[in-house]
Design a protein around this ligand. Sequence first.
Ligand code: FMN
Length: 332
Amino acid sequence: MSITTKELTNQKVWLAPLAGITDNPFRAICKECGADVVVSEMISVDGLLYNRDRSLEYAKFEESQRPFGLQLFGSDPDIFKKALKIALTKNPDFIDINMGCPVKKVIKRGAGSALMTTPDIAANIVSETKNILAPLNIPLSVKFRSGWDMFNINSLDFGIKMQKAGADMICLHPRTRGQMFSGKSNWDLIAELKKEVSIPVIGNGDIITINDMIAMYKQTGCDSVMIGRGVMGKPWLFKQIKKYLSSGNMEQITTEEKLEIIRRHMELMIFHKGEKQAVYEMRTHFSHYTKGLRGGAQVRNRINKLFDVEEILMLVEELYKAQKFEGNDGRY
Ligand SMILES: Cc1cc2nc3c(=O)[nH]c(=O)nc-3n(C[C@H](O)[C@H](O)[C@H](O)COP(=O)(O)O)c2cc1C
């Protein structure tokens, strides 16, 4: 049965699409911690069309991850239409179109945030995609930034245009392409957009703590929130949020709970990718799991030279148990 836009956006907490991070195991971990909606890493429509199997790997997900959104990027409406049909064979709950990626490799193809400078092409992609999705009752979202640079902030006009073109929901990360990830996201632009469109708005950018999430809802009136960097190396933030939403209490997650989540993450990595690849790919995650911890840098260096799963996990356990300092953001 298909999911409705309302079910996806009624005060939901989304895991942001994060290339190189939100693969199958990480999404599973976030889902287990309480994320309501998860999205794939961005998948190239050209890749789907011409290099099917490798790109299709990114589109794989487990039933337990539903509602699952598949994020596509590209710049040619015709290729989009053809690739979409391939993507739909995976049966995602909704499709998200990436119009925010600031990376050179992507924008030089006219995709990602470059589409904010060509709104007619962007609208064409959305309407063509919508024509395919509407009869199937599959919702369509568009994720974008505040604009190309500080002289070209057009999130409001762009959002209105995407709505007219057929987007069922929109997600705004209010930084310009020029900002990449620096500075602060301008939540006022989310508030402005929310006032002017009738489709749900998902607020994104700089949610690191429960208090940030509360502030985002309050300041912008957004329908749902999306968290990216705040859960890299800290998927338990979803757990804290869920506890808070059900009880009103801001509880810390215990060291034991965190270690259990990390262990499970490794387990799922091994299950999906095999031990050798898991050890290799978990290095990125361990760099996040150990960030900001006393002695984290040394442990990171050691992990990067280790191949034995138990040895790695023991080291992380030792590091976590050695932390005495309790910070405000729940990291410790
Ligand atoms: C490592 C990394 C990878 C990202 N990959 C994607 C992606 O594949 N698709 C996308 O739309 N945004 C991507 N983003 C942007 C995030 O989804 C999000 O919009 C941005 O990080 C702001 O939210 P945050 O402050 O909660 O992290 C990525 C960000 C980071 C840091």
